[in-house]
Unconditional design. Sequence first.
Length: 435
Amino acid sequence: MLIRGNKCLLNRYIFVKKIQKRSFLTKEYKCEPAWNAQKASPILNNVNLNDFYTTLSQNYAAKGVISAIDVDIFANAIKEPTYLDELKELLHKLRLSAETGNTLQSTHHATVRSYIDFGNDQELIDILKDPLNYGVFLDDFAANILLDKLITSNKYELAAEVAALIMLQEDFTNEITCTLSQYACYKYIINYKDSPPEPPKAEEKKKIEEKKIRIKFLRNYYHDDHFDIKDLMLLSGKTLAWISRHNKNNVSNNLQIIGWMYYKKYDSLLTLCENFKNLKPFKIYSEVIDLLQKESSKCEEKDSLEKCISFLNECPKADGTLEESIKNLIEDAINKTQKNDISSQQKLFEIWLSTREEKLNDQIQRLARAQRIVEVEKKQKELEVQEQKLWFFENEEKIDLEIESKEKLHTSTEKSDIDISDENYIPPEILPKRK
């Protein structure tokens, strides 16, 4: 009986762990069979990544040229985590070249999938946050898979950074992406803990040497309040505010209040709360008021937040918790758009496969054409030399004249060099005339 009891407890523990790790997206959404099928194409299977990387690196070092289709093949052919560093380096080289405009969509998707599969989440976020050096951008499907994995792993900070990247792109068309982004930002905000202040360092008295540098002009300070935002809390607030205002349901209205508050746009927040007070279908969640009260205790705009709280206290209260309501929104969005997303992904994979074959054939033909041109030019030079040998006696006078003209040109240049730059030249001494 004791053994049975222990087995029951163990099974119950495993069941609880499974519930905690349950993801929002289904296995079908990730389209792994279709993705693996396009990765099993002959073009990708026949690639030896070691030799291929060496060839690409040598070609870039010698000519400073790298091809977008080559990087795409490398990104899609990766099956081991050992090649992720090489992929990152190739992406950087491609970004620095003129070929960066020809980067294929499958390159972005394959890069994200590879880093997700091999668990390099932080490095992937660093690449996505540095488009200037790597140029990797999220599509809706890759963003959904990445957000789902980060949320399931309780990595809410990284998930909020991904949601902020989606907000910066200002593309709110995919409902699953929007709801997952809302959940990621909300969880990051409610779980955020202020880092303890660093102990003051003992100041060492040193003589400061002033260095004055001449500057042509001073650039005026400018902050665009979008791409220049670096604080993740501000970004999370703006993401919540911008995504939620595109949805008119009650949950999004509550999240919009939280968003404008943490985005520190208190005028917009006050106007919004006043409008919601007069909106009949609106119901306020208690978590929103708690966050407002918490923020008002340490915020400079205490009066504005207290007015917001008074407006919202007049609104009817919503049933349930805000977190569960967001989860319901996510599940509704998945049920609504999952079939379309799956079919769209499968079609995309087929298009990417045919595009890769087409681009590769174009590159092979272009390189073959360039090689033929080089061979023709080489053959022409050989024929000219052979012709000169065969017709030497007929063209002897002409050749002698060419040689003579070259010798004259050579001697004239030598004389001019001597006249201009002869350091041993001594000018004649000029004596005064005798009386």
